[in-house]
Ligand binder design. Structure first.
Ligand code: NAD
Length: 295
C-alpha cells in the first residue's frame, strides 16, 4: 500500500518519504484543547521521586505543555528514600483533593517501590497516564470504551491518523511487549482491525516478522536494533525508543538514516512519539476534568 516505487510505463517513480512530525502535531493538538481547558479548568499533579535526569526532562516537558494548554500544574517532589507506604499515602491525598483532576507518578521509581502497587493506588478517574488496570481494561474492549487510554499508544494512534496512514487490514508489527507501550498499542491497533504481530526479546527471527510490516512500531530501548534490511519498501515506521548515544545525543531504536531511504513514513527521535505522548497526556487531563465536573 505504501510502495515507495511504482511502475509507471517503463520508469520507476520514487515517491517522497514523509517525516511523522510529532512535535508539530503535538503543538496543534495541545492548542486544540485550550478552549476546553479554559472551560473545565483542569489541574495536573506530578509526583517526582529522586533526581533521575531523564525524569527531570520529561517532567519539564509536561509542565511546559500544561502552560501552553492553560492547565494548572503542581509538582510534588520527594527524595528517593521515600517508602512505598509514604508514596501511596501521598497518592491517596491527591485522590481526595477535589482541586486536582489528573495525577502522574513519574517512572521509573526506586527499586524498593513496587510500580504495580503504586499505579493501583491512583484513582482511575485521575489516572491520565492510562496505566491503571481499570483504564487498560476499558481500552481492551474497543475504541468506543477508551476513556483515559495509555498516553504513548494513544499518541502513536493520533500520529498515524493525522497522516492518514490506514490501519484496518494492515500488517502491523510491534517490537516490544511492555505493559505501558508494546502490549497496549498492539491491542489498540487490533481493535482498529489491523493484523497485529507483537515481537519481544524471545521472538525467533525478528527480521522475518519486521519484513512483513506495513506499519512497524518499535518500543525496545536499543539503538540500531532495526536496520534497513529488516523492513520492506514503503513501510511506515514509528520509533518509540529513547536511547542516549556515547556523545550524549538522543536516538531511537531504528537506524533512521538507512531505514528512511526505504520507508514511506518515519518518525524521528527526538521529535516523534515523545511529544505525542505529552499531547495525549494533556488531552487525557482535560477529558478527566470534564468527566469529574459533569458526572
Ligand atoms: P521495557 O524495557 O519495559 O520493554 C522493552 C521491550 O523490548 C520488552 O518487551 C522486551 O522483550 C523487548 N526487547 C528487548 N530486547 C529486544 C530485542 N533484542 N528484540 C526484540 N525485543 C526486545 O520498555 P518500554 O517501557 O516499553 O520502553 C521501550 C523504549 O521506549 C525505551 O527506550 C523507552 O525509553 C521508550 N519510551 C518512549 C516513550 C515516548 O514517549 N517516546 C514512552 C515510553 C517509553
Amino acid at each position: 500500500m505504501y510502495n515507495k516505487t511504482a511502475l509507471d510505463g517503463l520508469f520507476f517513480i520514487s515517491l517522497p518519504m514523509e517525516i511523522l512530525d510529532g512535535k508539530a502535531l503535538s503543538e496543534e493538538l495541545i492548542d486544540s484543547v485550550k478552549d476546553e481547558a479554559a472551560k473545565w479548568k483542569p489541574k495536573l499533579a506530578v509526583i517526582l521521586i529522586g533526581e533521575n535526569p531523564a525524569s527531570l526532562v520529561y517532567v519539564r516537558n509536561k509542565k511546559k505543555a500544561c502552560e501552553r494548554a492553560g492547565i494548572a500544574y503542581e509538582e510534588r517532589r520527594f527524595p528517593d528514600t521515600i517508602t512505598q507506604e509514604q508514596l501511596i499515602a501521598e497518592i491517596e491525598k491527591i485522590n481526595e483533593d477535589d482541586e486536582i483532576n489528573g495525577l502522574i507518578v513519574q517512572l521509573p521509581l526506586p527499586d524498593h517501590i513496587a510500580v504495580p502497587l503504586v499505579i493501583r493506588a491512583i484513582d482511575p478517574k485521575k489516572d491520565v497516564d492510562g496505566f491503571h488496570a481499570y483504564n487498560l481494561g476499558k481500552m481492551f474492549l474497543s475504541p468506543e470504551f477508551e476513556d483515559l487510554p495509555p498516553a504513548t499508544p494513544s499518541g502513536i494512534i493520533k500520529l498515524l491518523d493525522h497522516y492518514d496512514i490506514p490501519i484496518r487490514g494492515q500488517e502491523v508489527v510491534v517490537v516490544g511487549h511492555s505493559n505501558h507501550v508494546g502490549k497496549p498499542v498492539s491491542t489498540m491497533l487490533l481493535n482498529r482491525n489491523a493484523t497485529v504481530t507483537t515481537c519481544h526479546i524471545h521472538t525467533k527471527d525478528l527480521k522475518s516478522h519486521t519484513k512483513r510490516a506495513d506499519i512497524l512500531i518499535v518500543a525496545v530501548g536499543k539503538a540500531g536494533l532495526i536496520t534497513a534490511d529488516m523492513v520492506k519498501d514503503g513501510v511506515a515506521v514509528v520509533d518509540v525508543g529513547i536511547n542516549r548515544t556515547d556523545d550524549g545525543k538522543i536516538c531511537g531504536d531504528v537506524d533512521f538514516e538507512n531505514v528512511s531511504k526505504k520507508a514511506s513514513f518515519i518518525s524521528p527521535v527526538p521529535g516523534g512519539v515523545g511529544p505525542m505522548t505529552v499531547a495525549a497526556l494533556i488531552m487525557n487531563t482535560v477529558h478527566a476534568a470534564k468527566r469529574q465536573k459533569t458526572v
